[in-house]
Design a binder for this molecule. Structure first.
Ligand SMILES: Nc1ncnc2c1ncn2[C@@H]1O[C@H](COP(=O)(O)OP(=O)(O)OP(=O)(O)O)[C@@H](O)[C@H]1O
Ligand SMILES: [Mg+2]
Length: 259
C-alpha cells in the first residue's frame, strides 16, 4: 500500500480508573501528510502512547475523529502498523514466521516466502530467519518487529519509542535504518520518542504534546525541521532548535541557562 495521510481532529480521551474519570487528551489536532515523518515529543505520562493507540485503532477516542486516508480508522486498522518499545514477537515462532505474521492475508505461498525474505534482508536479518526471538539480541528482535510491521506494507507506520530500549549505538543504527526504509517505501510515519536528537534527525516536523493547566494534554507546539532528510547528526543549524525543544521539555541547556 502506498503512503496515506492521517488526520486527528479534536480528539479527547478519558479513562476511568477506580471509579474516577481521568482526562488524558483534549482537543488534539494533528495532521500527517502522506509520506511525511512526524515525531511526537512530550513529557512522560502526557498521553503520547494513548494518541498513537487511537491512531492505530487499538482504542477509541472519547470525542473527535481519526481519519486514515480520509476514512474513519477501524478497529486494529489494517492500513496502519504499530511498533512498540519492546518487540512483542511470538517466542515459539522463528523470526521468519513472526515476520510472516505481518503479511496481508492474500499474500501466500512463494510470494509470502519472498516477501518475508525481502523484509528480513532490509533489516539485516537474512541469516537469522530460522532463529527464535530468545536466540537473538534485543536490537535484532526489534528489527524483526520492524520487519513484521513493514511486511503489512502499511499506509501509516506508527512507532511508539521503538528504539528506546536499545543501546546507544544500536539506536543510531536503527534510526538510519528507519530513514532508509522510509525513503524506500515512502511510508507515512508517526514516531513517538523521548529523544530530541532522534526527532531532529528523522522528522520533517516535530509535534510537542503537553498538559494544559487543567489537566489533559493537547498539541503545544509544531515545528518544521529545516534541512532535507537524511539530516546530518552534527548539523549546527539544529542546535538552537534542540535547545528550545529541550527547554520546552523542562531540561536546562547551556543556551537556555545563559542570560
Ligand atoms: N488503559 C488505561 N486505563 C487507565 N489509564 C490509562 C490507560 N492507558 C493510559 N492511561 C493513563 O493515561 C495517561 C497517559 O499515558 P500514556 O501511556 O499515553 O503516556 P505517555 O506519554 O506515552 O508516557 P511515556 O512517555 O511514559 O510512555 C497516564 O496517566 C496513564 O496512566
Ligand atoms: Mg508511552
Amino acid at each position: 500500500m502506498s503512503a496515506v495521510p492521517l488526520k486527528i481532529s479534536g480528539v479527547a480521551k478519558e479513562f476511568t480508573a477506580s471509579g474516577r474519570r481521568h482526562a488524558v487528551l483534549a482537543g488534539v489536532d494533528l495532521e500527517v501528510a502522506a509520506g511525511e515523518v512526524v515525531a511526537l515529543l512530550g513529557p512522560s505520562g502526557c498521553g503520547k502512547s494513548t494518541l498513537l493507540r487511537l491512531a492505530g485503532g487499538l482504542d477509541t477516542p472519547t470525542a473527535g475523529s481519526v481519519l486514515v486516508d480520509g476514512e474513519p480508522v477501524r478497529e486494529f486498522e489494517p492500513r496502519c502498523a504499530v511498533v512498540f518499545q519492546e518487540p512483542r514477537l511470538l517466542p515459539w515462532r522463528t523470526l521468519a514466521r513472526n515476520v510472516a505474521f505481518g503479511l496481508p492475508r492474500d499474500v501466500t505461498g512463494d510470494r509470502a516466502r519472498d516477501e518475508v525474505a525481502h523484509w528480513l534482508s532490509v533489516v539485516g536479518l537474512a541469516d537469522f530467519a530460522r532463529h527464535r526471538p530468545r536466540q537473538v539480541s534485543g536490537g535484532m528482535a526489534q528489527r524483526a518487529a520492524l520487519a513484521r510491521a513493514l511486511a503489512r506494507r502499511p499506509g501509516v507506520l506508527l512507532l511508539d519509542e521503538p528504539f528506546a530500549a536499545l543501546d546507544a549505538l544500536t539506536r543510531l543504527r536503527m534510526q538510519d535504518l528507519l530513514a532508509d526504509v522510509q525513503r524506500e517505501a515512502g511510508t507515512t510515519v508517526l514516531l513517538v520518542t523521548h529523544d530530541v536528537d532522534e526527532a531532529l534527525h528523522l522528522a520533517d516536523r516535530i509535534v510537542l504534546l503537553g498538559a494544559s493547566p487543567d489537566g489533559p494534554a493537547s498539541v503545544r507546539l509544531v515545528l518544521d525541521v529545516p534541512g532535507a532528510l537524511p539530516r546530518d547528526r552534527g548539523d549546527a543549524g539544529l542546535a538552537a532548535l534542540r535547545s528550545s525543544l529541550l527547554g520546552e521539555l523542562g531540561v536546562r541547556t547551556p543556551a537556555a541557562v545563559a542570560p
